[in-house]
Design a protein around this ligand. Sequence first.
Ligand code: IVH
Length: 717
Amino acid sequence: MSQHTNDQGGQSQYSLFSTGPTAEERRRVQWLTAELERHNYLYHTLDKPEISDDQFDALFHELQALEDRWPELRSPHSPTLRVGGKLIDGLAKKAHSRQMYGLDNVFSLEQWQDFAERMRRAWDADSNGPLPESFWCDPKLDGLALEIIYVDGIMQEALTRGDGEIGEVVTEAVRTIRTVPLRLAGPGPFPSRLEVRGEVVMYKKDFAALNEKQEALGLKTFANPRNAAAGTLRQLDISITASRPLRFLAYSLGEAQWQPAPACTLHSEAMARLREYGFLTPPDGKLCESVQAVEDYAQWVREHRPQFRMEIDGAVAKLDNLEAQQALGFTARAPRFAVAFKFPAEQAQTLLKDIEIQVGRTGVLTPVAVLEPIAVGGVMVSRATLHNEDEIRSRDVRVGDTVMVRRAGDVIPEVVGPVLDKRPQDAKEYVFPHSCPACGQPAYREEGEAAWRCENMACPAIRLRAISHFVSKAGLDISGVGQKWIEQLVNSGRVESPADLFTLTVEELLGFERMGEVLAQKFVGALDEAKHTATLPRLISALGIRHVGEQTARTLAAHFRSLDELEKADAETLQGLPDVGPEVASSIRNFFDSSANKEQLARFKALGMWPQSARSGTNNGHEAEGGAGEGGASASGPLAGKTILFTGSLSMPRGQAEKLAEAAGATPLGGVSKKLNYLVAGEKAGSKLEKAQTLGVTVLDETEFMGMLREAGVVFE
Ligand code: IVH
């Protein structure tokens, strides 16, 4: 990075007596902006990165620091706008300058031939000559339609399709999508106005990973990639949008004022131009020169459907000639020049025999349809998700109904709805249970949430997962207590809760198949050690309280001396802590209010596993083990329990500095506020530094920060 570093120290002949940026700083910001966008494109759109993530981060943080210092240098297409961080009040609505139409569907060769025939009839051959029957074809992406408006090559606004006439303004969210150029690529000149239309999608693999992550964090999962994409785009917290892997693929244009750029006259030409401008376009797009070639293409896409990285639900054929498109125009709801070949829906009818409630790891109660087995899209389906209480109600699904079951691509089967004329007279509306079917304890459904949950830590269905979590790395990290053994112990009924683990003896364990003396000793030894060395943050994290991961556990441990104190804290006190919002606070309260959980905690206390926070200097009478990485949760030293923020350019990527701070027991925050204990200011720190000084926050330089890390035993000389 040294060769790029601005070595003028922020002061040059131009700025000696002024407070503005130097000419060098201006050039540097321009260069960084263009360079970062180039790498963004190489990485996200072309899948061909040229630099490492760390190198990218270093450039990114340099630009961020310059922009923090000189906000006037931040261009409207700055890559730093992609990280989100904003909270939006709501989504404004705005009219599209040209309506975003839907597409008519065809399901067979005959229907396609009829459509082509209608096209010919609508075409005024007498004055125009024969219709140029050449079609641009691409897969029909199953996502969310979006329009992005570029003025003089700069992204200005983004609107969802809405009802086709009026869409929602989602500009900030769309800026975070890495495959959306913030400025059109290439040397220009660029169209004075270009409305690029396309689909926002989530790739299948990204969708699966997102759901896994949501599940692990106890957050809501999504039914399919389209819902995930739609939910993400309409998020009001833009940093959540930024953290999710959306992609935009451009497939057509709205209004295009090409001047001063050369105009396109063919759709295929426009697609090539969009690619030059840096857009991703649907994969395997192709020019088909006859009605039959279009049919062959649609058939090919259908056969290759599982191989596409995103969900697709058909193929689209568009007349290639843009003038001919315009001449044909639109019916009330769809263009006359384009059509969708929809794949026959992979759905089938079958009997809904029962609705069962499945209890997930975090206690979410998911209704599952028990079906008369049926083949859907070549796969036998006997169970399908009904998502949640509201979905059952809005689809009016009843036990005894014949229901429509659908498989969308690779995604789990779902019940679409009942076939009403087959409904038996005695089919009763389903009443969602308000208690957990596995343990009988009351279930809760929080305001604004779709899911009912069982909060009882001793619930048998959650037990296994809860105990696994308790001993896992995210919990007490007890090595020697393997998942397989946990399963055996839970299934045998011997272990019903985490506290039971600590009552196991070597003799007892030897009674289990394939358990030998050495292993049994190790098992009991590991638990005994954990009992004495458990730190407060680890124990809080191990409890598996919803929304309380390792980081929040650290924050809590820094503010409460023990679980006794935490248990007494009211929601208001909890919300006063960094990074604890109303949702987290109420989840903590629910946890401690459960009688079953109270009993668990009393047993931990009786066992002597009742750590005090590192702050108070005692930890079951043992010193907290400081150290790098994982062990940092129990760190002592000047950073333990403190909040911290980094600004300006540091000698290491900001992410790395944050990790080190966390290892020393600190909690990184997102902005300057009264809750901030330390601001570490690198070179060219800007507005954050000023704000911190106004609020009286302690400001450290990097050397002082490193000193504190050494004191905490996180880094060594
Ligand atoms: S072209 C004038 N191409 O399908 C033609 N649309 O059911 C405009 N869609 O709202 C659309 N993939 O959101 C086109 N490759 C593709 C598409 C596509 C998905 C969506 C689009 C439209 C919907 C119509």
